[in-house]
Design a protein around this ligand. Structure first.
Ligand SMILES: Nc1nc2c(c(=O)[nH]1)N[C@@H](CN(C=O)c1ccc(C(=O)N[C@@H](CCC(=O)O)C(=O)O)cc1)CN2
Length: 764
């Protein structure tokens, strides 16, 4: 009688069919497609074949396979890091690292790293321990699992049978013994060093041989009728040069004694991969079971879960909550905001199934969608506002920078002053102008302190008035800087009122020091030039003036001689002498007056404006030009209006203008031979109340082509003239706030005239 040959290939196919069905049910129950990751390190040819088979069978049963081929020299760290990533990947339910691994990799560390829940090889110490403690609903090593299935194919019940496992490896022998023990066999473990191995074998109802030693067990070692499972697979070379697979049992002998026996190949081997498929399905189911909570499922997948009748067994039946509360209808929806899951909406009804009709679900989903849309709109609005705000801030920052630069360049700072609160804000440039370190608060006192002592009272007055009246103000004053230098400041401010007593000033302070210094320098130059031109004019008049002085001196001398003669008479004529002496004094005074005026004109003095009688100023100049006019046969006439108001002016400067206009007039008449040479100096009050002085001649007049240039500096029609006279006259008059101009007469000649405001005496 020969033994029943257990067909591993057929049973493995059966297992695969069962797995495929299980996968379909899992998917139908809302579970995820099981995924198996197979990691192959190196180039072992047999391992390549096994891995290829594993991948192929995984796909065949409807599961997903993920294959990772690593080089033989991959570091243990990289391998462990890959396992870490696979552990974390929800799409992968089973992880398998093909053995053997290269020497440099610690296999124990590798199996220990695999997540026990994904350890479809069952090699992780936690799973090994669970099996050893009789926990059978855990992942169990594939080969022993396959062996048990083969045994069960020939035994309905093996409880009480004697089982001998030869080989104590972690992969087969030890877990094999645990499974047989769990099936209530009387289990012994032997190995190749066991002394009475044959005798022990002969007692075993079930003999599992897993030593890797070909032909270790002979037919005589087998208990008649026993079930022999040959796990060993060794490729041995044949004398023909070919190789063949052999097991640990001499099949041809044992098949004659045993009740049932597995062949090699075609026995245990195929079961290993089939059980790997079964383990992967178990792992996926366990994962689904862990996610049995509808809430967890929704959170993980962001998909809605609806249970029309939760009392009917479903994917979530094992959920602790469902088991305790027995809801009839359940609806759970994800709450998503900006593509992020922010929560879940869980609704249940404990009274009736089908409580959540598709209409109601649609409304809820629509509300959720509406909320999401609204959130999206709000979010994009906030984004847009943020972008706009950032752009506005950037523009503001840039414009602030431009303003600061412009303030620096123009030396103009800005300020704000809230009168009620006393708060003052200065720009950086204002701090620079006042030479204070930047400070969070500014006070009026800081302004007053920095003001030049001579200007302080006026500045304080301006500030007080501004605070009281709340009106715009403009004030120029000086600062006395810490280094003793003086700065000229022009402050202007505009008042804004948003309530009767709430006045705020916005203003600017400009450092006008450079301008004031330039103006001063210009004034100095003009004064010097005026002085030079004055001397030049007087120089031109030297002969006439000398004659004018000489005349009274000659008269004095003549009178002196006459006096001497009258005194030398026997009876001196004292009355005549007295008369002559009076005449001498008068002439002496006349000459002295001319000299005095000459000295005044030739002196270089600072401008001194006083209230003066313009007629008097004109009259004083006549003696200086009188002789010149006579010499040039010019009739000089004065038409001075009486009782003119005084003008505010510098006597010397105004007399310079008068003498200049007279000399110009005399010179303009030099070429005139066909008519009288008349020069009239006139003063009057014009219609607008201004004091007008006009010098009218009957000379050659003004060439229309030159009319616009005659007051320009360096313009002259005289061959030896410097061309500064009229230009300086105009600037003198303008410095007095007046106006100088020239007109052509209706008849021959021209009239040069200037107008000055009458002097208002300050009220005491
Ligand atoms: N990580 C693992 N590595 C290895 C295991 C394992 O279970 N997990 N077992 C063996 C190799 N192995 C599966 O990986 C395996 C061995 C043999 C067979 C098989 O079908 N054998 C056939 C003969 C095949 C042939 O012609 O070579 C048979 O016995 O009929 C499948 C899988 C070591 N590594």
């Amino acid at each position: 009688m020969t033994a029943h040959i257990i067909d591993g290939n057929a049973i493995a196919a059966e297992v695969r069919r069962e797995v495929a069905t299980g996968v379909t049910s899992l998917l139908a129950a809302g579970g995820e497609q099981p995924g198996l990751a197979v990691v192959l390190v190196g180039n072992d040819p047999a391992s390549h074949v096994y891995v290829a088979n594993k991948v192929r069978q995984t796909d065949t049963v409807g599961m997903r396979s993920f294959r990772y081929d690593l080089p033989a020299d991959v570091s243990e760290r990289d391998l462990l890091s890959l396992i870490g990533r696979l552990n974390a990947d929800d799409a992968i339910h089973g992880i398998l690292v093909q053995f053997p691994l290269p020497q440099h990799i610690d296999s124990r560390r590798v199996v220990a790293t695999i997540n026990p829940e994904k350890d479809v090889d069952g090699f992780n110490p936690l799973n090994v321990g669970r099996v050893a403690t009789g926990m059978m609903d855990v992942l169990t090593p594939c080969t022993p699992l396959g062996v048990m299935r083969l045994i069960r194919s020939v035994h309905d019940d093996i409880a009480g049978l004697g089982a001998l496992v030869i080989g104590a490896s972690n992969v087969v022998g030890r877990p094999m013994a645990q499974l047989l023990l769990e099936a209530q066999c009387t289990v012994s473990i032997a190995h190749i060093r066991t002394t009475d191995l044959a005798a022990r074998c002969r007692q075993a109802d079930i003999l599992v041989v897993a030593t890797g030693v070909p032909d270790l067990i002979r037919g005589a070692d087998v208990k008649p009728g026993a079930t022999v499972i040959d796990v060993g697979i060794t490729r041995v070379d044949q004398p023909s040069g070919k190789s063949r697979l052999v097991g640990d049992v001499i099949f041809d002998e044992a098949v004659k004694v045993a009740g049932a026996i597995t062949p090699v190949p075609g026995g245990v081997g195929p079961m290993t991969i089939a059980c790997l498929m079964a383990n992967t399905l178990s792992a996926a189911r366990a994962a689904a079971a862990r996610a049995v909570s509808a809430l967890h499922y929704v959170i993980r997948t962001r998909e809605s879960v609806g249970l029309d009748d939760a009392s009917v067994r479903n994917l979530y039946s094992d959920d602790e909550y469902v088991r305790q509360k027995h809801p009839r209808s359940v609806l759970c929806l994800p709450v998503v905001k900006q593509t992020k899951l922010v929560g879940a909406l869980y609704l249940e009804n404990n009274l009736t199934p089908y409580a959540f009709t598709p209409d109601r679900v649609a409304v809820l989903e629509a509300s959720q969608a509406a909320i999401s849309l609204e959130n999206t709109r709000l979010y994009s609005e906030v984004q847009r506002e943020n972008t706009e705000r950032k752009r506005a801030e950037e523009e503001l920052r840039r414009s602030d920078a431009y303003l600061a630069e412009a303030q620096r360049l123009s030396r103009t700072g800005s300020f704000g002053w809230n009168v009620a609160t006393g708060e003052i804000i200065w720009s950086d440039e204002t701090f620079r102008i006042f030479d204070y370190d930047k400070a969070p608060s500014v006070t009026v006192d800081m302004v007053v302190q920095r003001t030049h002592p001579d200007d302080r009272a006026a500045v304080q007055q301006t500030i007080d008035r501004a605070a009281r009246d709340g009106k715009d103000f403009s004030h120029e004053y000086r600062l006395l800087m810490p280094d003793g230098s003086v700065r000229y400041i022009q402050a202007v401010a505009h008042a804004t009122k948003d309530a009767p007593r709430h006045v705020e000033f916005v203003g600017a302070v400009t450092d006008v020091t450079a301008t004031r210094r330039a103006e001063e320098a210009l004034r100095q130059s003009q004064a010097e030039l005026a002085h030079v031109t004055r001397l030049t004019t007087l120089g031109e008049l030297t002969a006439s003036i000398a004659h004018e002085v000489n005349q009274p001196l000659a008269t004095i001398v003549t009178n002196g001689e006459v006096c001497l003669r009258w005194l030398a008479r026997e009876v001196p004529d004292l009355a005549e002498v007295r008369e002559a002496l009076r005449d001498m004094i008068s002439n002496g005074r006349r000459a002295g007056g001319i000299i005095q005026r000459l000295r005044a004109l030739s002196k270089r003095t600072e401008t001194q404006k006083v209230g003066l009688d313009i007629n008097n100023a004109i009259s004083e100049m006549i003696p200086l030009v009188h002789q010149e006019a006579l010499g040039r046969r010019v009739s000089l006439r004065l038409e001075l209006a009486p009782a003119l108001p005084a003008v505010l002016g510098d006597r010397v400067q105004l007399q310079q203008v008068i003498i200049n206009l007279i000399v110009n007039g005399i010179e303009a008449m030099a070429p005139v031979t066909d008519r009288s040479r008349d020069l009239v100096v006139r003063s009057q009050l014009d219609d607008s109340g201004q004091v007008l002085v006009a010098v009218e001649d009957s000379g050659v007049g003004i060439d229309p082509g030159n009319a616009k240039q005659i007051f320009n500096a360096f313009f002259t029609t005289k061959p030896s003239g410097m061309g500064m006279g009229l230009s300086i006259c105009r600037s003198i008059i303008e410095n007095h706030g007046g106006k100088l101009w020239a007109t052509r007469n209706a008849g021959p000649g021209a009239t040069f005239q200037f107008a000055l405001q009458p002097h208002q005496e300050p009220r005491s």
